[in-house]
Structure formats: structure tokens, C-alpha cells
Write a protein that binds this ligand. Structure first.
Ligand SMILES: C[S@@+](CC[C@H](N)C(=O)[O-])C[C@H]1O[C@@H](n2cnc3c(N)ncnc32)[C@H](O)[C@@H]1O
Length: 178
């Protein structure tokens, strides 16, 4: 991940939107590399949990309805977030990324590799459950196109998820369609 973030910062410029930043681990790494980062997450407590950084601006919001101006960021980083959305939510979030991104910008998204939907219990709640959606690559390409993005590059990587299980992750580097 560190190498991937480094490479993403190398090929992009301007403010980075970390969409679904969690406790800002990736946002802080980008900030340490000299980038201004807007870290958006739906859970304010997560945004407050990590170490603060002067270049990271935490914003509690839904990535499907971003409180950001159009063309206001040069890059969007969205790691392990869109896997919690059905196709409609995913296209809505991507549409928001497209709106806030400059026309020459890149978006990097990562989701679990697979196909289908699953629901898992939450360790700290009997009321809420975690919903996971996985999409085959062809379907992802179509959803990205529906939102106005083309796939510049795609690859996979093995990484542990938040539960410690090693997963195959599908990564896509997106550019706005002309
Ligand atoms: C698995 S964590 C990934 C966190 C971080 N991107 C990382 O890679 O470490 C998923 C994050 O997405 C956030 N999230 C899920 N749906 C969201 C939404 N619609 N709007 C904003 N944040 C959302 C969750 O609150 C959680 O912090």
C-alpha cells in the first residue's frame, strides 16, 4: 500500500480527496509526502481517531453527496469503501468523484475481488450488519463508464482486510472520459 500511495502521489497533483478515509492512515501518509488532503468519512469518530496532521482536513460526510465544490481536487483515493455499496450507490459515489475532480485528474479505487453480495455481523453491534458487494471486472468497467470514468489501468493485490483475512483486491486507476 505504501508503494501504491507513493506512486499515486507521483502521477497526480493538487489536493487529494481521500473518500472513506476511516482513521486517515492513507491521508496522513499522503500529507507527510507534501499533499493537502481532504479526508471524508461518514463516521466522525473514525476521523478523530487517527493522529492529526496540519495538511489533512477531516470532513464528516457521505461520499455519495460530497460537500465539496466542482473541480476542486486533483486526485481521488478511495480504498476499501465502494465494496459497501450496491451498484446504484457505487455509480452515485463515482459521479461525485467525477464532479469534484479536475478534468485532468485521476481516481484510484479498490474493492474486494469477486462477484455477489454478503452480509456479516458486526463485532460491536447487534443492530447493524456489514454489507459487502463484489463486482466482476467487466461489470466494474461498465459502472465506471456509467459514472463518466474510463479505466486507465487495473491490477490486483493481496492484502489483509479489517478482520485480518488476506483478500485479493481489485484496483482501478480511473480517468474522466473525454
Ligand atoms: C474498510 S474502511 C476503509 C478505510 C480506509 N479507506 C482504509 O483503507 O483504511 C471503510 C470506510 O468507509 C467508510 N464509508 C462507508 N460508506 C461510506 C459512505 N457512504 N460515505 C462515507 N464513508 C463511508 C466507513 O465509515 C469506513 O471508514
Amino acid at each position: 500500500m505504501r508503494t501504491e500511495i507513493h506512486e499515486f502521489c507521483r502521477i497526480t497533483s493538487g489536493t487529494v480527496l481521500d473518500a472513506g478515509a476511516g482513521c486517515c492512515r492513507d491521508a496522513v501518509q499522503m500529507a507527510r509526502g507534501g499533499r493537502d488532503v481532504v479526508a471524508v468519512d461518514a463516521v466522525p469518530a473514525l476521523l478523530e481517531a487517527g493522529p492529526p496532521h496540519a495538511r489533512v482536513r477531516p470532513v464528516a460526510a457521505d461520499v455519495r453527496d460530497l460537500p465539496l465544490r466542482g473541480s476542486s481536487v486533483g486526485a481521488v483515493w478511495c480504498s476499501a469503501v465502494l465494496l459497501h455499496m450496491d451498484a446504484t450507490g457505487l455509480v452515485t459515489a463515482l459521479g461525485e468523484f467525477l464532479r469534484v475532480l479536475t478534468p485532468d485528474g485521476f481516481a484510484h479505487i479498490s474493492l474486494k475481488e469477486g462477484d455477489g453480495r454478503s452480509v456479516e455481523p458486526m463485532a460491536d453491534s447487534t443492530e447493524h450488519r456489514r454489507h459487502f458487494f463484489a463486482y466482476p471486472l467487466g461489470r466494474l468497467r461498465d459502472l465506471c463508464a456509467d459514472a463518466g470514468f474510463g479505466v486507465d489501468r487495473t491490477w490486483t493485490g493481496e492484502q489483509a482486510d479489517s478482520g485480518g483475512t488476506v483478500q485479493t483486491w481489485r484496483k482501478l486507476l480511473l480517468r474522466p472520459l473525454g
